[in-house]
Design a protein around this ligand. Structure first.
Ligand code: CTP
Length: 410
């Protein structure tokens, strides 16, 4: 009984997928969970409180202004008395309300008052799921720490339309719940890890800067993978277009100097992983006013000065973490160049990225792709990993960090 003693508050939204929630209640109770249900008005058009109550063997909450319900439990206590709040099906309307903090019925009030983790299983027409408003809401919810399971692709029950929008199957939702309520601490729990990610922007004047095409995808994926293994992750990110990873404390910076200062502030740490594509140079002086082009004037000359090497600074720091990992983008002599970097920068591992064959390169032929082929260089030698997507590299690197920190302790 994997969920023995766990209390789940299930909010059932108004969609045809509500019929699957009946099975979900059964599956959760089979695993030992106590399930208390709350139904929106629309949900009651699809399944009845009578069936939900019979399966959950508990009172079903439906009305914000029910005097008896408020007297016995109250909408604030409803969420407080649960270990996890699950919304299944989560309609576009419920997602929008939660993303914007609306509270005009019992479900939205409970969600806003919840101080427990929230898992939502979206279910809606594929066009509604694809709509920019729903996309924005889903991203906002992820940023707020709400977990999503599904939706899956397939044919819609009511319209026969195909696409993404089908609610995840009850057993998939159960697996997501089990993962969220897993009491086993991950192998990195209690460990603090700093990760740098993204590009840096080096100012020229108040409106112009020098940058590079780093997307931050690899660094952010590593931060998220470390957090999933229980680490306390501090991500120092340059300007990127992707969301902050879940479960990670993110510090936003612009320039290399700001990134160095932010990283030094976060020391001491057990490990530090430098994935950011830090600009090697910055403008020697930054104009306080926008540089104007005068008639007949020559183009300005930019004098550059070297940026601090953040990896090398931390690799030789008095508060050096036990494990220091750098990245290197190489086109030739991959292992030899990376081994040189290992020594020079005081790193324990260099993840060398062979960019000569196009891996890690985006569709336009530049940085920012979704796949990566890396060689792991340490004093012990070189280990080549097969090409995989950036999440795969992140998972495997996080496992390697856990292994290295554990062997350093024993
Ligand atoms: N790095 C850093 N601070 C810098 C420059 C680089 O922390 N100012 C880190 C990067 O995050 C990465 C590694 O050092 O972990 C990359 O080293 P770098 O010397 O920039 O190598 P490449 O990017 O591979 O390029 P090159 O060898 O051409 O300099």
């Amino acid at each position: 009984m994997t969920l023995s003693g766990k209390r789940i508050l299930l909010i059932i939204g108004g969609g045809i997928a509500a019929y699957k929630s009946l099975d979900l209640i059964r599956r959760l109770r089979e695993r030992g969970a106590a399930v208390r249900c709350l139904m929106t008005a629309a949900a009651q058009q699809f399944v009845t409180p009578l069936s939900v109550g019979a399966l959950s063997a508990d009172h079903v909450f439906t009305d914000l202004f029910d005097r008896d319900d408020e007297h016995d439990v109250g909408h604030i206590r409803l969420s407080r008395e649960a270990d996890l709040v699950v919304v299944a099906p989560a309609t576009a309307d419920l997602m929008a309300k939660l993303a914007h903090g609306l509270a005009n019925d019992l479900a939205s009030n409970v969600l806003l008052a919840a101080n427990k983790p929230v898992l939502i299983a979206p279910a809606m027409n594929p066009k509604m799921w694809e709509h920019p408003a729903t996309r924005r809401n889903a991203e906002q919810l992820a940023r707020d720490g709400v977990r999503l399971v599904g939706p899956n692709a397939g044919e819609m029950a009511e319209s026969g339309e195909a696409g993404e929008g089908r609610m995840a199957e009850p057993l998939e939702i159960v697996a997501a719940i089990e993962a969220m309520l897993d009491d086993n601490p991950g192998p990195l729990s209690g460990k603090t890890i700093i990760v740098t990610s993204g590009p840096t922007h080096e100012p020229i004047d108040p409106v112009r800067y020098i940058a590079n095409r780093s997307s931050g995808k690899q660094g952010h994926a590593i931060a998220a993978a470390l957090a999933r293994l229980g680490a306390d992750v501090r991500l120092v990110s340059g300007p990127v277009a992707i969301a902050d990873p879940q479960g990670v404390k993110t510090v936003h910076v612009e320039s290399a100097v700001e990134m160095r200062d932010a990283v030094e502030q976060l020391l001491p740490a057990d490990a530090a992983i430098f994935v950011a594509a830090v600009a090697d140079w910055r403008a020697e002086s930054t104009a306080a006013q926008k540089i104007k082009k005068g008639p007949g004037e020559d183009a300005p000359v930019l004098r550059m000065t070297e940026n601090p090497d953040i990896l090398a600074t931390v690799g030789h720091h008095a508060k050096r973490p036990r494990l220091v990992i750098g990245f290197a983008a190489e086109t030739d002599h991959v292992e030899k160049n990376a081994a040189g970097k290992l020594k020079r920068k005081g790193a324990d591992i260099i993840v060398a990225n062979d960019v000569s064959h196009g891996s890690g390169i985006g569709p336009s032929g530049v940085m920012g792709g979704d796949r990566n082929k890396v060689v792991i260089i340490s004093r012990g030698g070189a280990e080549e990993w097969p090409e995989m997507d950036k999440h795969g590299v992140a998972e495997r690197l996080a496992a390697l960090v856990a292994e290295r920190l554990e062997s350093a302790e024993s």
